[in-house]
Design a protein around this ligand. Sequence first.
Ligand code: ZN
Length: 142
Amino acid sequence: MAALLVRSGDVSACVDEAVINQIRARVTAESGRKEIGGLLLGYRDSVSIRVVRCTFPGPGDKSSRSRFDRRCASHQLAATLWWARCRGRGDWVGEWHSHPEHHPTPSSIDRKSWRRQVEHTRSPLVFVIFGLSGTFAEILLP
Ligand SMILES: [Zn+2]
């Protein structure tokens, strides 16, 4: 599977192929039994986002067939380590989760959660939903 490219206004985002492949493999392994998700980590400047890493569910997350609630401290820890490793150039740039449907669309809960995160960071973030076959991706601007 190729890298994922998405654009919103002047901002573009690229999710590296390696990240897509890692997530796709995990989503396929769950085969729709429960939703999973995590953070997208990478780099950003004023007009572009590049995703080069991601986090996967940890023991503190709440996961069911129709909902993934990212509560595990492991995600924030990974983001902090990434930031430190890149000497402040790396950043948390978005979030992913899975849906047990072929062509995923965001729920109203997803939309509310995404909006809250963008208001919190005051930076563009990229959100990706992996369905059983298709993928939904969007950049939200503050
Ligand atoms: Zn969702």
